[in-house]
Design a protein around this ligand. Sequence first.
Ligand SMILES: Cc1cc2nc3c(=O)[nH]c(=O)nc-3n(C[C@H](O)[C@H](O)[C@H](O)COP(=O)(O)OP(=O)(O)OC[C@H]3O[C@@H](n4cnc5c(N)ncnc54)[C@H](O)[C@@H]3O)c2cc1C
Length: 277
Amino acid sequence: MIPFDFEYYRPDTAKGAVSVFAELEAKGKNPVFYGGGSELISMARVGSRSFGAVVDLKNISECTRMEDRGDYVYLGAGLTLSDLIEWNGFPLLAKTAGRIADHTMQCKITLGGNLAATIIYRETALPLLLSDAKLTFAAADGFQEYEIDRVFQERLFLPPGAFLAGVTLDKRFFSLPYFHEKKTRNEKIDYPLITAAGLKKEGALRIAFSGLAAFPFRNSKVEKILNSSLLSREKRADKVVKVLSEIIQSDLSGSAEYRKFVLKETILNILDTMEGV
Ligand SMILES: Cc1cc2nc3c(=O)[nH]c(=O)nc-3n(C[C@H](O)[C@H](O)[C@H](O)COP(=O)(O)OP(=O)(O)OC[C@H]3O[C@@H](n4cnc5c(N)ncnc54)[C@H](O)[C@@H]3O)c2cc1C
């Protein structure tokens, strides 16, 4: 049970959503945008989050549509992980979505909710960071598109009162060789100890992580090391661990030392499988 009352709004347009959000804020209602509600509801139930109103984005066409735009594909932020898996146009995104939670939750969790989540994993950010995605924000002055690395640094940075309407992907990334390795503590379905996702573009590996640190990230130093083919694989794996050692986290799933061990194994595995492709 949610231990507090809140108002519910489901506007039909992005403009309507932004303006009702602003009105609620002005009234001190502490509104939140609502995607699939999985995180908002579970946090509200345990008392770690409260809000006076939710603005559900499900009726807004820019949030629910999937659109072919020639060389690009637009994905609304309200599409669920199941939608992305079923579409499978970008296999790395489908694979990443398919390893988040279970099937029932995948039918609820939205792309926007996962990217904007307060929970640290935000795994759908990995394929988007790797493919130079563009994010469309809806704000009082309309829609605005941003390169992902400008607005997603460890987490999504939205202007106050704005929401994520959708994501634009460049189709050239869809057919590139990719890898996705999610290591969990015990069960297959769990938050990641480490998720490593990557693409090989024009002979160079790109890699992004979740679970390793307290935020998802892509790191140019790591990519430079991985692509230093003059160094042995063992040396490259050791260097990657060293470069990241400052940010590798310890938590209930595993200590930093254990994560370093798993990271090295993961890197060796990736180099083995990706160098020949
Ligand atoms: C059992 C379970 C296992 C999970 N395992 C993983 C995992 O391994 N890896 C992983 O990455 N995630 C995992 N998740 C999902 C994750 O942690 C979030 O709970 C989920 O992604 C939130 O999605 P939602 O659409 O339900 O968001 P909501 O609960 O609706 O919202 C989450 C946050 O995002 C904001 N928000 C929602 N949509 C938008 C938008 N369009 N624009 C701006 N802000 C928005 C909300 O205001 C809120 O702050 C798991 C969740 C569950 C329930």
